[in-house]
Design a binder for this molecule. Sequence first.
Ligand code: PLP
Length: 422
Amino acid sequence: MQTLSERDQAVIWHPFTQMQTAPLPISITRGEGAVLYDEAGNQYIDAISSWWVNLHGHAHPYIAERVSAQLRTLEHVIFAGFTHQPAVELAERLLPILPNHQAKVFYSDNGSTAVEVALKMAFQYWHNIGQPRTKVIALDDAYHGDTFGAMAVGGRSAFTAPFTPFLFEVDYIPAPVPGREEEALAKLEALLDDNVAAFIFEPLVQGAGGMVMYQPEILNKLMQLARSAGALLIADEVMTGFGRTGRLFASHHLTEQPDLMCLSKGLTGGTMALGVTTCAQAIYDAFLSDDKFKTLFHGHSFTANPLACTAALASLDLTLSDETQRNIQRIASRHEHFTQVLQRYGCVRNIRQQGTILAFDLATSGQTSYFNNIRDIAYNFLLERSVLMRPLGNVLYILPPYCMTDEQLTYVYAQIEDLLKT
Ligand code: PLP
């Protein structure tokens, strides 16, 4: 009889996967806390919160209970002309905890769509006020998702190469990592003109670009400069939101406020797909008119799905609890301690940490792309030792669910050390 993994191979095409050479996928049957279990009964500690989404671990009973109650009451309703309690309550609860500039919530389905919506709001804002602007400035190696607009504002790479002719042009500045701050400022200054519609960035941590980290002070300066030319500031907090950086949002480390924000991933604690784009009042106001053509013509079938909004409400309860806040600080300080340990290894470079995110580079002999052997060697080594990590090229990182225990963290660190000793 065929295993589930074999049946999968016959019918399924997986994301970011070269299907000809990839090993059979591991069939996961259940999850509990930070641990996933496969068909054969093997366990995996999920050290990356399954693509950075599962804030509270897997199959959290509180979220499950809330979502299942909602499922029996109202599973879905069209969101044009109708509304419902979970959508309203979620927006009412999100806005006061976001940077104070945010005034309205627009729902979509995932991180990429949250970014698409922010871009469309920004371009149409300028269109609606009668001063069309067409330029966007982004950071080198940014990652904002895989839909066309989100790809366009991301860094150009092997991932985007086949689509280059279809992506609108974007101007890039270097990520303002330590040592490159002045260069980033100078480049931004040179690019700014009255055609810049928006400046988009992942605040403090560029995720898929390699967990590239930079300081709030330089981002404040870049934001100030971009704003001086009128550019709208889009903070993509799809990965950094909901406690990842040690504060509830990475933007809370800043003195400057974004005009638009993109949220997803941890929004529902990894339970359901949901995206949120929030904007400042002035942006919203530019769409209010007797002229129907000033409407934001955007929506998805599953906009503001009540189950997803309920999962987000439940996840928010957990995130804001004292226990989770303590766990975030606990993980951050365990990481900090582990950075000292990592310094002992000659093959480790560029150790960096922001709250619950710890990353470092593995020294390579010139192989630094996503497609190098080091990535596969590290991935397989750790997986064989029951740790799920997914290096980005030669960048290893941990981004654990907040419920990961000290014992589990110790085990993960130990496996990383074993890898470094090989
Ligand atoms: N923005 C950032 C910063 C991300 O890290 C990601 C996903 O990794 C996205 C957007 C896209 O989100 P999604 O994969 O939900 O479309």
